[in-house]
Ligand binder design. Sequence first.
Ligand code: HEC
Ligand code: HEC
Length: 240
Amino acid sequence: MYSATRNVGRRPRYLMRAVTIALAALSLANPGIASSTDEHPSQPRAARWVDSSPSSIELGKATFGLCIGCHGDEATGRIGIGPRIASKSYLAAATDDFLMQTIKGGRIGTAMVPWGAILNDEQIRGLIAYLRSLQPVDQAALDESKLEGDATKGERIFRNICTGCHGRSGAGYQETANGTGIGRRAFLDSATDGFIRYIVGQGKSQTKMRGFGAGNVTAVANLSAQEIDDTIVYLRANAW
Ligand code: HEC
Ligand code: HEC
């Protein structure tokens, strides 16, 4: 009886050790996953290189059936579940490489899984062609100049303006926010500075994400180009 009590008393300690080991293994595994997407993408190819023939669009439309549950019919979005993709300013700023990487690699840590495990490249190119066909728009000229800014100022801007919709740590939907997880590595590693500058300045059309660029009449707050850069510096320095 005595020993049985001791055994009962011991069990949690073993359990706790097993949990500690499992946690250590996880934290070892995580940087490995992050580092494979660590490199900051430059734009190696033309912004638009995906074939947009009618047959590719058709294939994409059929494949998009897998996406509708979260992204809505014709990619108009389902707030808090899947972002709108059929947005003119969004598709103007997004390069084919960015869309390819986002769909293939997913957004680790969110409901957006890596579809590269399920779909082949032809289907993913078809999806890009289909998404572009929903909101035809010319590629925007992105400002990819070197990012320089003040993370402390950026943090203040992020806390004052962005957290309300993107969450305090930028986790997005998982913080019951209505904006996406812009503080996450999975997003920041796939998006260039030029893309983020453009979306923050011009907004994401057809969504609640207004443009914050100076002179934007519908903006809640006007940010100078330097303030937008400060915010991006802060997000990049705190990516998780
Ligand atoms: C289970 C829900 C779910 C499904 C199914 C899904 N997605 Fe997503 N998708 C999301 C979420 C959530 C995000 C935003 C994650 C974040 O960054 O916070 C996202 C982000 C995206 C983005 C980036 C858009 C943006 O504004 O951040 C693209 C492009 C995209 N998904 C395409 C697709 C395609 C194509 C499919 C089908 C093959 C698909 N998704 C299926 C949930 C889903
Ligand atoms: C009024 C709410 C609101 C505020 C304030 C806001 N956002 Fe957004 N933001 C959104 C929504 C909503 C989306 C698009 C989500 C969707 O399509 O479902 C978005 C999208 C974005 C995107 C595109 C991300 C992606 O996944 O493609 C970026 C970048 C972004 N916001 C940055 C910012 C920054 C930086 C600030 C602060 C200066 C900010 N936002 C303030 C609501 C907001």
